[in-house]
Each structure stands twice: as structure tokens, then as C-alpha cells.
Design a protein around this ligand. Structure first.
Ligand SMILES: Cc1ncc(COP(=O)(O)O)c(C=O)c1O
Length: 323
């Protein structure tokens, strides 16, 4: 990071940022990329490229863009959302087909885009079926609407399935990916699309105060993550399984093992409230979050070893058993 050549990215003059943007765009089969401070900003800009104010983006009821981006798409860009149901975040093209409505007339909001998450965060790290992703791509084409991928953890889906990143990427008009999260860079996400779209997103990023300087210091860490931390995501997937098995040894049925596909473990706390349980785990050095009143979420990443995950699972399992 210290050795990275840097410059003023507002003028496109930071060589390390440019290298990162080109590299990620290439990996995802797109023309151009835009380095952003967060996944939320990359989603905000990506969705806006496809949806004019006063129109809607469709997403599933558990989508990060709907639940956890502080209403930014509406508050900042005038984009409304309509949600379709999903089982643990899994995309079902029939559900999208039921509500897609690009020419809704003078009385109803018209659909301008569909957004999909892969892997799905609140669904528990679930991987979308490629067939369903393709079916929705086809639906979007037929209806002339845009298709956005919130690929914050697309890397995990790629490593778990072996599906090429570009095969995923090419289905979509806009894709956001995070270099933080499992890949382990301290900061940073990239939005990819056509060169024309990215030029527009660059202007909007600046408008929102997201133009940055000497960001190559951060982009260098992202390049390092791509070089060294991509294939090791399988370790995180194994560590998640180790954690889940340790929980299950002490508290059978708290985790559905067949739902566990990547690095996120959803633990059902039964009748126990999740928040105090998460607080008790934190006291013993295990950081998990309360995802709902009776659900906690554990995420594995490169800073935790498999042995630590086993210990963490034992702590959470014991808390569940003892209360
Ligand atoms: C699926 C998904 N999309 C987007 C984001 C937003 O990323 P950030 O926290 O960098 O804004 C997250 C964060 O957890 C996420 O899980």
C-alpha cells in the first residue's frame, strides 16, 4: 500500500485505482469499473444507472438494497422498490415474472430494473442457481428492463460453484463487488458496466462527495486481495462448516447444515432472544450479530482460523444449550 503509485482519481489520474478498476471489469466481463468506498455506494450508483427517479427496481424481500442501505435508493435517487418473496434469498424467476411491470401506465409505478444478490447475505450466504439468474436475465431482456447484481460476495459464489466470474457478470447490466468482506481488503468496492455507464456513475459519485484522491493506497490493498485471497475463500467455507458442526454438537437443530453453502452461518436461537445471546458470545470473544429476534449470524473470513471457528462454535453452542 505504501509503495502504490497514486494520483488524483477525480481526474482519473491514480494509476493504482485505474489498474484495479480495469482488472475487476475484465474479471467480470465488463468494459469499465468504478472504485467506490462501499458496497452500498456501488449499489446506489449501479441501480441509478438503470432506474430513473419515480420508477422501481424489483428485488427480493430480504435484499440488502431494500433492508440495509438506509433507504438511500429512495432518499437520494427517487427510486422506489417492490419486493418479491424468496426462500432464504433464493431467486425464483416465476416470482419476478409475477410482478415485473415495465409499462404500468398512468396509475402504477413502472419497473425499470431487477436487482439480485449473490451470494445472499440475509439468506445465509446462499448461492443463486445459475439457471434462475439466466431466466431472470431473459425476462429482463424481454421486458426491456435493466438487471443489477449486488455481488458483494460474488467471489464466494464463484469459488464454491466454479462458475466463472465473467459468466455471472455478463448476465447483468451493472455489477457491484466488494473487496472488503471475505476478500479482506480494508476498504473498497467496484461497480462495473459499460464505459458509458461508468462515465455517468463517475459524475454521480463526485456529486455525492465520493470522488477521492490518492485512493491508490486503498486500491493497492484490493489488488493484493485479488492476488492472494480469492482462492482461499474455500477455507472460509470449510471454517463455516466447522463452526456449524461445533454448534450442532451442543445444540442439535440450531443450524440447518444443508443450507450452509458459503461463509455465513445462520443460527436459530429457538426460544432464546438473539441479542443477549450475541452479547454473551461477545463477552467470550466471539463476534456474531443478531439478525432477527431469534436468529444470529456468524461470518467466517481470513482473520479467523478453522481452530478458532471450532472454539467459537463450541461457545455459541454452549450458550444455546445452557442459556
Ligand atoms: C449483499 C450485500 N450488499 C451490499 C453490502 C454493502 O456493503 P458496505 O457495507 O460496504 O456498504 C453488504 C454489506 O454487508 C452486503 O452484504
Amino acid at each position: 500500500m505504501l509503495a502504490a503509485p497514486v494520483g488524483d482519481d477525480v481526474y482519473g489520474e491514480d494509476p493504482t485505482v485505474n489498474a484495479l478498476e480495469q482488472r475487476v471489469a475484465g474479471m467480470l466481463g465488463h468494459e469499465a469499473g468504478l472504485f467506490c468506498v462501499s458496497g452500498s455506494l456501488a449499489n446506489l450508483l449501479g441501480v441509478r444507472l438503470l432506474v430513473e427517479p419515480g420508477r422501481e427496481v424489483l428485488c427480493d424481500v430480504q435484499a440488502h438494497i431494500a433492508r440495509a442501505e438506509m433507504g438511500a435508493h429512495a432518499a437520494v435517487h427517487g427510486v422506489t422498490m417492490r419486493t418479491f418473496p424468496s426462500q432464504h434469498g433464493r431467486l425464483d424467476a416465476d416470482q419476478v415474472a409475477k410482478i415485473i411491470s415495465p409499462n404500468a401506465g398512468p396509475y402504477l409505478v413502472s419497473t425499470a430494473a431487477v436487482a439480485v444478490e449473490n451470494t445472499h447475505n440475509f439468506g445465509g450466504g446462499t448461492i443463486q442457481s445459475f439457471d434462475q439468474l439466466e431466466a431472470v436475465a431473459q425476462l429482463c431482456r424481454e421486458h426491456g428492463v435493466g438487471y443489477h447484481l449486488d455481488g458483494a460476495r460474488l467471489w464466494n459464489a464463484h469459488v464454491a460453484t466454479g462458475v466463472e466470474l465473467a459468466a455471472y457478470g455478463r448476465l447483468f447490466d451493472t455489477v457491484s463487488v466488494c473487496l472488503s468482506k471475505g476478500l479482506g481488503a480494508p476498504v473498497g468496492s467496484v461497480l462495473v458496466s459499460t464505459a458509458g455507464n461508468i462515465a455517468k456513475a463517475r459524475v454521480q459519485r463526485k456529486r455525492l462527495g465520493g470522488g477521492w484522491r490518492q485512493a491508490g493506497i486503498l486500491a493497492a490493498a484490493c489488488l493484493h486481495a485479488l492476488d492472494h485471497h480469492l482462492t482461499r475463500l474455500t477455507d472460509d467455507h470449510q471454517a463455516a462448516r466447522t463452526f456449524a458442526e461445533a454448534v450442532l454438537e451442543r445444540s442439535p437443530e440450531a443450524v440447518e447444515l444443508d443450507r450452509l453453502e458459503t461463509n455465513i452461518v445462520v443460527v436459530d436461537t429457538g426460544t432464546r432472544p438473539a441479542a443477549p445471546l450475541a452479547a454473551a458470545a461477545a463477552e467470550q470473544g466471539v463476534a456474531v450479530s443478531a439478525l432477527g429476534p431469534h436468529l444470529i449470524r456468524a461470518v467466517t473470513h481470513l482473520d479467523v482460523t478453522r481452530a478458532e471457528c471450532e472454539k467459537a462454535g463450541a461457545i455459541v453452542g454452549d450458550l444455546l444449550r445452557i442459556g
